[in-house]
Write a protein that binds this ligand. Structure first.
Ligand code: HEM
Ligand code: HEM
Length: 197
């Protein structure tokens, strides 16, 4: 059973952290997949254009999540009833998990920044599901388009590779080590109770 009160750290993530984590994961997978699907389609087709527009809209959503998530994380760390206890006591494992999460955050920020710079360099409409437009905050020389595309692509592969290792590690914890690491990050509190050791 998970015990949490005002004085002890929680043993699972709060609902907002869980929601933001899974929105991040789904957005990253969609952003990666959409780009690789449209690359197979002929230029100018409605589906290709549609996927590009959805990619940009999902990218804007990810940017908002990447502003809210770190702020919420900082806030949680300062609130005893929201702070999450370390998943493991082993120093090497804690250090590895911390390193992985820091690397994922760094790549996510970099990729969002590159995406915005890339779109501004393209000097094309920059809309969120047709609802509103993102203004051009920085003028980027269109000649930088190809350089930015290359960097955006490299970071995309690095991020997907690292996220894959991260997901495998979570599954390893769940199915092989049989601990609570994955359960802490799952929604549906009632249906996935924490294991008691
Ligand atoms: C984790 C997040 C993201 C991943 C994995 C990702 C992945 C990719 C990939 C693989 C491409 C193809 C690159 C190429 O042409 O060589 C691409 C294109 C692009 N991405 Fe992203 N992206 C992400 C986030 C974003 C964000 C946040 C934005 C900005 C809102 C953005 C805007 C763009 C634009 C404008 C293009 C070019 C579209 C076109 O060809 O017209 N991306 N993205
Ligand atoms: C593109 C996909 C993903 C990204 C970018 C991502 C990113 C992150 C980040 C940055 C954290 C640190 C905690 C936070 O601040 O939210 C985290 C935690 C976590 N993620 Fe993911 N994640 C992804 C996919 C997955 C998948 C598919 C799984 C499960 C199979 C998973 C399981 C977990 C778990 C269990 C934690 C908590 C670990 C702990 O407390 O020690 N993640 N993730």
């Amino acid at each position: 059973m998970s015990i949490s009160n005002a004085a002890t750290p929680r043993h699972r993530y709060d609902a907002l952290s869980v929601g933001l984590h899974w929105i991040t994961a789904v957005s990253v997978i969609f952003l990666f997949a959409s780009a690789h699907i449209w690359e197979q389609l002929e230029r100018g087709t409605p589906l290709r254009k549609g996927l590009q527009a959805w990619h940009i809209s999902a990218g804007i959503l990810l940017a908002v999540v990447m502003i809210v998530r770190p702020l919420w994380r900082l806030y949680c760390q300062r609130q005893p009833h929201l702070a999450v206890a370390p998943a493991t006591q082993a120093p090497a494992m804690r250090w590895l998990a911390h390193l992985m999460h820091t690397a994922l955050y760094a790549l996510l920020f970099t990729q969002v920044a590159l995406g915005f710079l890339f779109r501004w360099a393209q000097q094309e409409p920059f809309q969120f599901f047709g609802l509103f437009s993102i203004p051009t905050l920085i003028h980027i020389d269109p000649s930088l388009r190809h350089t930015l595309a290359g960097w955006h692509n490299t970071v995309a592969w690095t991020l997907i590779g690292l996220a894959g290792v991260h997901a495998l590690a979570a599954l390893f914890h769940h199915y092989v080590m049989r601990d609570n690491v994955l359960r802490r990050m799952l929604p549906l509190r009632g249906s996935v109770p924490l294991r008691e050791d």
